[in-house]
Design a protein around this ligand. Sequence first.
Ligand SMILES: [Zn+2]
Length: 68
Amino acid sequence: MFCPQCLALRDATPGDCCPRCKRALCRMQDENGAMSRDYLLARKACCGSGCRNCPYDPTRSDTRNSSQ
Ligand SMILES: [Zn+2]
């Protein structure tokens, strides 16, 4: 489990809160052992490992904007 606020990793059970931030702790991994989207979002950066739950679009590194 981890705190989405301070990213502290904690041994906790679902429903526990970070004692420092009072934020509900989130699971670091999904049921398949892959990094959870919550954790990747909280890190605010893509690790570039092609995580299954990556909330970031890897093609975004290409600054070309073809929205027209
Ligand atoms: Zn915290």
